[in-house]
Design a protein around this ligand. Structure first.
Ligand code: BGC
Length: 780
């Protein structure tokens, strides 16, 4: 749709028409205006499947949607660390949405996992903004390549369910920029989502749906977003303020009530019609883009079998946490499968993302088919799924049942070669609208694991859950597979990993803590009354565990394989200082490469990870931060070269004083790891002078500037050096090499304000001389 046509339509629309376009028609559509040929748009949830609500029944509930492919939820997809795979899933979702006449798929979710207790963590990718942003971008590009729009959600800091619609997230500026916004920034800049969904909560005192700084200054003016902002369902507080701040579409519709508020605000001069016009022009652009979707479709073959893609995604979404030479299974004659979840596998979480799967596979049936009749496979329920309360709180009948199930399973396990226990969180634990209270799995499952492990040394635990759980029994069992919420083909994926048909390749996109007390937000989560303080600041996820030297149960980036990999030949080519533009953060600072070799006997995939460590920063920095990753498949003995570019942006932090990103001069460690806790190669790069796209970052000098501050600024330091060399008294004390004063007190000179030079020059320097030097420094 060209701009002239949009202007023609604008001219035909009344004030009332324009206001009406700013809210939905019911729950899932935008409004059509037939007289001007404006069609309606259909939106449905996402993110891990198309949840198109059935129109053929009255008052459909959350589960009443048409059948659609159910992929692993975002926490599983993220564990694949595979942008190509996520892009492929996005592509298939786009195709399926199109088949169902859906114009906009409401996903992906790019919120950061601040606490493992967050009720919707299963819908989000990671605790790390780089990984989350890259995966969200891959997903968006996939869906939108099919002419179907996405809605990147929930913008921003929607990190808990407790009082989700009114909570005020109080977030320090650096954390907001470096952690919570960063994930969205990457996705917006790389993938241009058609729409973005504003979150329910407030950020630093203002509702996200009426936050001009977030919706206009940052999103549009800084990041260049050109789509529309849609409110999360029911997230509008003040419609007129929302429109002014940059919220184009209110969802669901308000039966015309808020449209009238817009009209009267214009009539009463409380809202300029230009603001409304701007919003309507943007809406029309997206509405017509969706209508013309066929012309946008990228040329790529049709996904022939959604189920196969769901299976492939599931195999990569699972993480092998422990394996003491037990997996893959091989020649065992008697296998005890235990746990009701083996038959009733969890595939997804509860809430608006819940898909009605096209088909569901059965672990038991698939698993059995992999063995000959010589192998006996038994099943014991082990626990009852509905009894999630502690045993002392249940009725006598239930308690009897509990012990009966346990004893039966134990006996079978003891008489087998291996026991496979299915455990994890049941449906009630992970749901939109409700955070978890603790990190435990139900007590009856935990007791079962201890009991089985006490009689069967070859015990494997398969976990299904969408977020970390405590694993206090990890030393008691031989193998643990984190299956996440693997979607409709999860059972086959689990079976094939256990049997070795598939070599596991997932790695954790989030830290698994030992206990809830160890987690970064423990003291402040989920907040009090209507406020939650993000007291851990930028130290979220592994940034916190690293800094506090707290050993988690399993670190970020961790996951085992049935083969092993060697890393070597790290090469760094650093660009010279003169080639680097001090105002451009996208400048490539260094190109690095290294070799990775599969040293085992099986083909396998390894996720290599690049972290950067700012060694001598003037501000608090994490010990390391993820800035690159690559998943590579290798045959036994095969080697491949991996390369990454490091840009100034990868080294930058957000400096609130200059309201901009800043790459400081100094040394940076380049770390190549197999996980955040397993760094295999390291080397250093150096930045000679500051890089920032912002205003001049030269500080203003004054009489209380310290010698150390001046030492940090090469030009100013040169000026001071000249002054000092001209003064024999001063020269005696000062060593120019390291800004230290030789009077036997460490850091004395570094922390000495300029005004104190008077003391050390025995009256040679007056206050006026210092003023003169300050002036010279400011002009240097
Ligand atoms: C959720 C969104 C969802 C919307 C529509 C809201 O409650 O927060 O993620 O897209 O409902 O179902």
């Amino acid at each position: 749709m060209n701009d002239t046509r949009i202007e023609e339509i604008m001219a035909e629309l009344s004030l009332e028409d324009k206001a009406s376009l700013c809210s939905g028609q019911g729950s899932w559509n935008t409004k059509a205006i037939k007289k001007t040929g404006i069609p309606e748009l259909l939106m449905t949830d996402g993110p891990h499947g198309v949840r198109k609500v059935r129109e053929d029944i009255d008052e459909p509930g959350i589960k009443d949607s048409y059948k659609a492919t159910c992929y692993p939820t975002a926490s599983g997809l993220a564990a694949s660390w595979n942008t190509e795979l996520v892009n492929e899933v996005g592509f298939a979702l786009g195709q399926e949405a199109k088949e169902m006449d859906v114009n906009i798929l409401l996903g992906p979710g790019a919120n950061i996992k601040r606490s493992p207790l967050g009720g919707r963590n299963f819908e989000y990718f990671s605790e790390d903004p780089y990984l989350s942003g890259k995966l969200a971008a891959a997903y968006i590009k996939g869906v939108q390549s099919q002419g179907v729009g996405t809605s990147l959600k929930h913008f921003v800091a929607n990190n808990q369910e407790f009082r989700r619609m009114t909570i005020n997230a109080e977030i320090p500026e650096r954390a907001l920029r470096e952690i919570y916004l960063k994930s969205f920034e990457i996705a917006v800049k790389e993938a241009s989502p058609w729409t973005l969904m504003s979150a329910y909560n407030k950020v630093n005192g203002k509702y996200c749906s009426e936050h001009p700084r977030l919706l206009t200054e940052i999103l549009r003016e800084e990041w260049g977003f050109e789509g529309i902002v849609i409110s999360d369902w029911g997230a509008v507080n003040d419609r007129v303020d929302g429109l002014k701040a940059g919220l184009e579409l209110e969802m669901p519709g308000s039966h015309g009530i808020r449209d009238k508020e817009i009209v009267s605000a214009v009539k009463n001069n409380k809202l300029s019609e230009e603001v409304l016009d701007k919003a309507v022009r943007r809406l029309l652009k997206i509405i017509f883009k969706a209508e013309n979707h066929e012309s946008l479709v990228a040329d790529k073959a049709q996904v022939s079998n959604y189920n196969e893609l769901a299976y492939k995604a599931a195999t990569e979404s699972m993480v092998l946490l422990k394996n003491e030479d037990l997996l893959p299974l091989n020649n065992q004659k008697k296998i005890a499968v235990i746990g009701e979840m083996a038959k009733n596998l969890r595939r997804q979480g509860q809430g608006s993302s819940q898909v009605n799967p096209r088909e569901l596979d059965s672990f038991f049936d698939i698993f059995k088919n992999n063995f000959t009749e010589d192998t006996e496979i038994t099943y014991d329920k082990g626990y009852c799924l509905d009894c999630v309360e502690p045993v002392e709180e249940v009725s006598l009948d239930k308690a009897k049942d509990y012990y009966h199930l346990l004893d039966e399973a134990k006996e079978n396990a003891a008489n087998s070669d291996v026991a496979i226990i299915f455990a994890g969180l049941t449906e009630d634990f992970e749901a939109e609208g409700q955070d978890r209270d603790n990190l435990s799995i139900p007590e009856n499952q935990e007791v079962l694991i201890y009991e089985i492990a006490s009689v069967q040394p070859n015990t494997i635990v398969v976990l299904t859950n969408g977020a970390p759980v405590e694993i206090p029994w990890k030393d008691k069992v031989s193998a643990i597979l984190e299956g996440y919420l693997g979607g409709q083909s999860a059972a086959r994926a689990i079976s094939d990993i256990i049997n070795g048909k598939v070599n596991p390749s997932g790695k954790l996109a989030e830290t698994f803590p030992e206990t809830i007390e160890d987690t970064p937000s423990f003291i402040n989560f989920p907040g009090e009354r209507d406020r939650v303080l993000y007291g851990e600041d930028i130290f979220v996820g592994y940034r916190y565990y690293d800094k506090k030297e707290i050993e988690p149960a399993y670190p970020f980036g961790y996951g085992l394989s049935y083969t092993s990999f060697r890393y070597d030949n790290l090469n760094i080519y650093q660009h010279s200082k003169n080639d680097i533009d001090a105002r451009d953060l996208s400048e490539i600072i260094a190109e690095i490469s290294f070799t990775i070799t599969n040293t085992g006997a099986r083909a396998g995939s390894e996720v290599t990870q690049l972290y950067i460590s700012a060694e001598n920063s003037q501000v608090r920095r994490p010990i390391k931060e993820l800035k690159g990753f690559d998943k590579v498949k290798l045959e036994p003995g095969e080697s491949k070269e991996i390369s990454f570019n490091i840009t100034a942006d990868d080294l930058a932090y957000y400096e609130p004083e200059i309201a901009n990103w800043l790459t400081e001069p100094g040394d940076y460690q380049v770390l190549i790891g197999s996980s955040s806790d397993d760094i295999r190669l390291r080397d250093e790069i150096n930045i000679a002078s500051p890089i920032t796209p912002g205003v001049s970052i030269r500080p203003e000098y004054h009489q209380n500037s310290t010698i150390g501050d001046i030492y940090q600024d090469p030009e100013a330091w040169e000026v001071l050096q000249e002054e000092i060399s001209d003064n024999p008294k001063l020269k005696r004390f000062v060593s120019f090499d390291n800004a230290e004063m030789d009077i036997g007190i460490p850091n004395f000179l570094e922390y000495l304000p300029l005004r104190n030079l008077i003391t050390f020059t025995e009256g040679n320097f007056t206050s006026k001389d210092i003023d003169r030097i300050v002036d010279k420094l400011n002009k240097s």
